[in-house]
Ligand binder design. Structure first.
Ligand code: DP6
Length: 322
């Protein structure tokens, strides 16, 4: 049987950076994100008796051997649950450019998880899908539920899942991603392996729980000033951890710092816009829908993708191959 799923990427407002268990990708802290309306992955999966090997491809891009292996490992997890040994054909398409500053592993593993389990005749719950997607890529857990999503800390695999805390229509927030040409050279997966070497890591962990509850309160009240300052605080703390790891991880470029300063300047001029940055050089400028034009005016000539809050992963009947 064949199945197709569409899943959004997400932007972390309160970040996941550090794990208590690498194999199960158990995060050291709960995190919070928004699904992105204009950054989606569509994946079609079919399992057949006569396939001799897994055949994995991405439209418009060549996947590395390492990327393919990560997909095969994830297919193996799903095959093991379904007690099925058939090989798969997987075709995937992103609505956004690869390595542009939007993480494709979140949308990619969320779409792969949902499509593969459906293609094997399973109907996993949202919680089960989120846990399974997490094993492929931590942040993929957050691309399963709708809108604004919390991924819970858990002592065991079953306890660490993501769930929706506000629907996409709760707040007309925008994530203006200023696209970056700079490819990151260290993946989030390997970057996090050295998190313990930062003297600031434990300090950040001691602060994120209270920050998350204050952030959720600000989002519930749609208070952009409180939300925005917590957003920047968490981004800067996570990057301070990264930059003080051994070896240090500098994801920022001159362009990153330039856009961050532009955002600070906008605020001085009365435009309530805030920045956040994941494991890459692209700046995500966060503001309310009514402020988008003012932000774009001030950003000038940049390439960007403007995202609204979006629903989570869904099955689709529009397959990518016959
Ligand atoms: C900085 O989810 O990409 O974007 O679990 O190894 O696949 P793996 O890492 P990944 O890490 C995301 C890190 C981040 C923050 C976040 O999205 O919460």
């Amino acid at each position: 049987m064949k199945a197709t799923a569409i899943a959004p990427a997400n932007i972390a407002f309160l970040k996941y950076w550090g794990r208590t268990n690498t194999e199960f990708r158990l995060p050291a802290n709960a995190s919070f994100s928004m699904n992105l309306s204009e950054a989606k992955t569509t994946t079609t999966v079919s399992f057949e008796k006569d396939y001799s090997t897994d055949d994995i491809s991405m439209e418009g891009s060549v996947l590395s051997q390492k990327e393919k292996e990560r997909v095969v490992i994830h297919l193996d997890r799903i095959r093991q649950i379904a007690k099925d040994t058939r090989r798969a054909k997987v075709v995937t398409r992103n609505s956004f450019p690869k390595s542009c500053g939007i993480a494709s592993s979140a949308s990619g593993f969320a779409a792969l998880t949902m499509a593969a389990q459906a293609a094997l005749g399973m109907t996993l719950s949202e919680r089960e899908l989120s846990i399974l997607a997490r094993l492929g890529s931590g942040s993929a857990a957050r691309s399963i539920p709708d809108g604004f999503v919390v991924w819970e800390y858990g002592d065991t695999s079953d306890e660490s899942f993501a769930h929706s805390v506000f629907s996409p229509s709760h707040w007309d927030l925008r994530d203006i991603v200023v696209l970056s040409e700079t490819k990151k050279t260290v993946s989030s997966t390997s970057g996090q392996d050295a998190v313990d070497t930062s003297p600031l890591y434990k300090t950040r962990l001691s602060r994120v729980k209270s920050r998350l509850s204050r952030m959720l309160e600000a989002v519930s009240l749609r208070d952009i000033a409180v939300f925005g300052s917590l957003l920047e605080e968490d981004c800067l703390e996570m990057h301070s951890v990264m930059q003080t790891q051994t070896p240090p991880l500098y994801y920022w470029t001159e362009e990153t710092k330039h856009v961050m300063k532009e955002v600070l300047r906008m605020r001085k001029e009365g435009v309530p816009a805030y920045f956040t940055i994941d494991a890459g050089s692209a700046v995500h400028v966060i503001c309310e829908g009514a402020m988008v034009e003012s932000v774009l005016d001030r950003l000038g000539e940049v390439r960007c993708i403007i995202n609204a809050p979006a629903e989570g992963a869904r099955l689709s009947t529009n397959h990518l191959f016959l």
